[in-house]
Design a protein around this ligand. Structure first.
Ligand SMILES: Cc1ncc(COP(=O)(O)O)c(C=O)c1O
Length: 448
């Protein structure tokens, strides 16, 4: 099973993709995910770590639906479990044997006393629920997020949104604040770790003291920022944020929607820092593709009213029979196939293989990551660290696509998040295609 290399380039997008894409565009409201738009490909199916389009072009998938396809595409166990459940029952909020198993299994892998799960459908919905729960538990009403943070596009989540998806969507909910994230490559204070003394984390204390009215219900943070470019904060950042949140009587919410369930080489990214959150939000890879998300918290916190009253935190699709089965088979497979350990090892290997690209190409500013959450910063030059011009960054995406590799490129940052099941061989092949694409840009596309 091979991907077409540079010597044997398929036409991408091919004629059938172009035809169908154009037809859909006439009816689709604008605003869908840019990777679907700029690629112009129409997909027919997926097989493990590959995507296959309607023209028969095969791609190595380093995107996995933004970290959703944890088991890759059409994993036999996943398909069998969902088929079986679909034939039995697929609608409603009643419990099913699979849901019983699922919440028990989640409790067994979640850190500390986090043993109660409530299920929803999208990540944003889980984040909104977590903010409501934090308010119910603390009886306070303000929330703090972080620069670069992304928690979904609903209104409460927009309030703690640290990137420009919120532009023109104001006014945001009152009582929403932001503090600085540990983004060392572009340190907001132009300092260097460790002599910075983690000022980025300490800033949270200043925000709470100087900007809020002292009624902070929740501090919400991604342990590794995904949408911002797979940014790994420096050691100690998360623990310091956790401590400051507790000091102010706020609930500490770790948004593990991208980073949870094995993606970073631990079951949850918080574990890299030994931090136990009060509430965790989960989604994406949890369902392996089925839209299922959730929050996980303690007995005491989830007992808070009104959140805990019957129907007070429910939704039409949350935890429905198919969702529960999808999450159960995904989590069981992650555990039984040893995928967390696999990701830890493979992530290290991929970083080892990618880091030399930073030396080889002037426009590769930084390679970073944990497990299979890898980010590459594209810059005009290493000295200025000015982001690579968007058309050049897009050319990187297109060159990779033409060679048979799907990566995410946004705001001059590449995100690599393949399925947790990807083998070393396929990962290596994908990196080879990325390297070829970089070499092409270096030689043929003006980028300084
Ligand atoms: C950390 C994080 N939280 C929340 C969300 C929102 O999830 P959804 O798109 O399922 O609403 C995302 C989506 O990318 C995310 O990365």
């Amino acid at each position: 099973m091979s991907v077409k290399g540079s010597g044997d380039r398929p036409e991408v997008p091919g004629p059938e993709s172009r035809r169908l894409h154009a037809e859909e565009q006439r009816y689709l409201a604008p605003g869908v995910q840019s990777i679907a738009l700029v690629s112009g490909i129409v997909l027919e199916r997926g097989e493990g770590p590959y995507l296959i389009d309607v023209d028969g072009n095969r791609y190595i998938d380093f995107f996995a639906g933004v970290s959703v396809a944890s088991l890759g595409h059409a994993h036999p166990r996943y398909v069998a479990a969902l088929k079986r459940q679909l034939e039995r029952l697929h609608v409603g909020s009643f419990s099913t044997p699979d849901r019983v198993e699922l919440v028990k299994l989640i409790a067994s892998v979640a850190p500390g006393d986090l043993r109660r799960t409530q299920l929803f459908s999208s990540g944003a919905e889980a984040v909104e629920a977590a903010l409501r729960l934090a308010k119910a538990h603390t009886r306070k009403f303000e929330v703090v997020g972080f620069w670069g943070g992304f928690h979904g596009k609903t209104l409460g989540a927009l309030g703690v949104m640290g990137d420009d998806f919120k532009v023109d969507h104001g006014p945001l909910p009152p009582g929403s604040y932001l503090s600085t994230y540990g983004y060392c490559y572009r340190c907001p204070f132009h300092l260097t770790y460790p002599s910075c003394g983690l000022l980025c984390a300490e800033w949270l204390d200043k925000v709470i003291r100087n900007q809020t009215t002292g009624h902070v219900a929740a501090v919400i943070v991604e342990p590794i920022q995904g949408t911002a470019g797979n940014i790994v904060p420096p050691p100690g950042f998360l623990a310091a944020v956790r401590e400051i949140a507790s000091r102010h009587g706020a609930v500490f919410i770790a948004d593990e929607i991208i980073s949870g369930f094995g993606r970073t080489g631990k079951m949850f990214a918080c574990e890299h820092e030994g931090v136990i959150p009060d509430i965790m939000t989960v989604g994406k890879g949890l369902g392996g593709g089925f839209p299922v998300s959730g929050l996980i918290s303690t007995d005491a916190i989830t007992a808070a009213r009104p959140f805990s009253l019957p129907s007070a935190s429910s939704s039409s699709f949350g935890g429905n029979p198919l969702a529960a089965t999808a999450a159960l088979v995904t989590l069981r497979t992650i555990l039984e196939e040893g995928l967390v350990e696999h990701v830890e090892k493979l992530g290290d290997l991929m970083l080892e293989r990618l880091r030399p690209l930073q030396e080889r190409f002037e426009f590769v500013g930084e390679v970073r990551g944990k497990g299979l959450m890898i980010g590459i910063e594209l810059v005009k030059d290493k000295q200025s660290r000015e982001p690579l011009a968007p058309p050049v960054a897009q050319a990187v995406f297109q060159e990779a696509l033409r060679r048979g590799l799907v990566i995410m490129v946004s705001d001059s940052r590449i995100r690599i998040n393949p399925a947790l099941t990807i083998t070393e061989e396929v990962a290596e092949q994908g990196i080879g295609l990325l390297e070829e694409s970089f070499a092409h840009i270096d030689a043929h596309v003006p980028h300084r």
